[in-house]
Design a protein. Structure first.
Length: 225
């Protein structure tokens, strides 16, 4: 694990802020997946900080409900933060000194990273119904890579997904206005009861640790259960 985050919420609160504040200043310079950072990591941080503030505004008025919300907020946020830390450790644009200022460990000091190739493969993927109102997108390398049991092509950090819940089939990728990022398959979407029966449209592409992106897959669709 690139970063051993504290189990204590008070220390975790400080650690996460140091990391995400510094990353926010260097998103472009470090080639961090900007859309993933802004639409996944930062909203999870906001959820945590809101829950943390509610629990600590007046400890004498803290309720079990507040504590539960804080616990759930950390549960949603921490995996994204760990994913970000792992991305930073493997990123040649991030120096050892940068990592030290964020108290992120896991890289051998002075290690040099070979040039990661830009993704060329188009992901294969399928959409399956999951428990409740959820759909899981299982993505993997194209058949040539899959023959060698590679889930992701060489040098790929994760998959970017663009998607939309639409009444009519999209005519271009521009119609898919929402985005997600995941380093491991599957990526699961959770919907509300009101979305049942609607259609989800998804396209996927690979992204390496330098933020370079490969070509988009075809758009697939599935009915939300």
């Amino acid at each position: 694990m690139a970063k051993t985050l504290s189990r204590q919420d008070a220390r975790f609160h400080i650690e996460q802020r140091v990391i995400t504040d510094k990353v926010a200043l260097h998103v472009a310079e470090w080639n961090i997946p900007e859309l993933w950072f802004s639409t996944s990591v930062l909203p999870a941080r906001a959820g945590w900080e809101t829950a943390w503030a509610a629990c600590n505004a007046n400890p004498t008025e803290r309720t079990q409900s507040m504590t539960f919300v804080k616990k759930e907020a950390r549960k949603a946020y921490e995996p994204k933060l760990r994913q970000l830390c792992t991305l930073l450790v493997g990123n040649p644009n991030v120096t050892d000194a940068d990592l030290e200022t964020m108290s992120i460990y896991g890289r051998r000091r002075g290690k040099r990273y070979s040039r990661v190739p830009a993704p060329m493969d188009v992901p294969d993927f399928r959409i399956e119904q999951f428990h409740g109102h959820r759909l899981s997108v299982h993505f993997h390398a194209h058949s040539q890579e899959r023959a060698r049991r590679a889930v992701k092509p060489r040098g790929v950090h994760g998959a970017e997904l663009i998607y939309g819940v639409l009444e009519t089939a999209p005519v271009s990728y521009d119609n898919l206005t929402k985005s997600a990022f995941d380093t491991a398959s599957p990526h699961t979407f959770t919907f509300d009861l009101a979305d049942a029966g609607k259609t989800l449209y998804v396209a996927v592409r690979w992204e390496n640790s330098r933020g370079e992106k490969g070509p988009w897959s075809d758009i697939q669709s599935a009915v939300i259960p």
